[in-house]
Write a protein that binds this ligand. Structure first.
Ligand SMILES: C[S@@+](CC[C@H](N)C(=O)[O-])C[C@H]1O[C@@H](n2cnc3c(N)ncnc32)[C@H](O)[C@@H]1O
Length: 209
């Protein structure tokens, strides 16, 4: 039986409202860590102008594919294997990268890799959407997030709710500029960054100076 996420059903409308504002024209979105593919199906159906590419680690593909293959939408690609630890991501091929509930599951070095690889996968001006719980000023934003974090760390010491400031600093280093921080249900956020244009190469002093 295909797996089902109640949280995904709860958060999909508020996430979609933000995606709608930014993805109004024809564009291509790369999703990282699609999980069971529920978001991918919902967003692709709601945004027919968007080509949605779902991905996850190879061992997760049967789960992702169950939802995606059943609906057979023309703007929803067959799920492909993509692990933030593995090189070979597409380069400058996407207008947006979307990832939900992944930053607290990945280790911090993996979060850094996801951000750097997302930047490389985007054209200049492309958008990076990251959904999930974040801490601000070194504090949890709710008791339930504190309990959630404790549960994650008990499961795996590398997991845990990330500091917004650390994630944003990492994004800045990858040439992203934060353009929105949206409040979402259940003390989650939807962060949106825009990929800056690459800086022109330093002149080699061709004007004789
Ligand atoms: C909590 S699930 C979130 C699934 C879905 N995005 C959602 O919001 O329901 C975290 C996902 O991150 C994926 N993930 C974990 N480590 C990853 C990595 N190194 N590269 C790519 N995806 C990874 C997992 O396989 C899993 O599908």
């Amino acid at each position: 039986m295909r797996s089902y996420s109640k949280a995904s059903e709860r958060n999909r409308e508020p996430i979609l409202a933000v995606l709608r504002r930014w993805l109004s024209g024809s564009c291509r979105v790369l999703e990282v860590g699609s999980g069971n593919g529920q978001h991918a199906v919902y967003f692709a159906r709601a945004l027919p102008q968007v080509f949605w590419q779902a991905t996850d680690r190879a061992e997760m593909l049967p789960d992702v594919s169950e939802w995606i293959d059943e609906v057979a939408l023309p703007n929803l690609g067959a799920a492909i294997a993509l692990d933030v630890n593995v090189e070979g991501w597409p380069v400058m091929a996407f207008d947006a990268v979307f990832s939900a509930n992944t930053a607290h599951i990945m280790s911090w070095p993996e979060v850094e890799l996801m951000i750097a690889r997302a930047a490389a996968a985007l054209r200049a001006g492309g958008l990076f959407f990251l959904y999930g719980p974040f801490n601000y000023g070194g504090r949890f934003t709710s008791e339930s997030n504190a309990r959630f974090d404790a549960g994650l760390r008990a499961r795996d010491a590398q997991m845990g709710i990330r500091d917004f400031e650390a994630v944003d600093a990492c994004a800045s280093a990858a040439r992203f500029t934060l353009i929105e921080d949206n409040a979402m249900p259940a003390n989650n956020r939807l962060l949106v960054w825009r990929r800056d244009a690459d800086r022109p190469r330093e002149s080699s002093g061709g004007e004789g100076s």
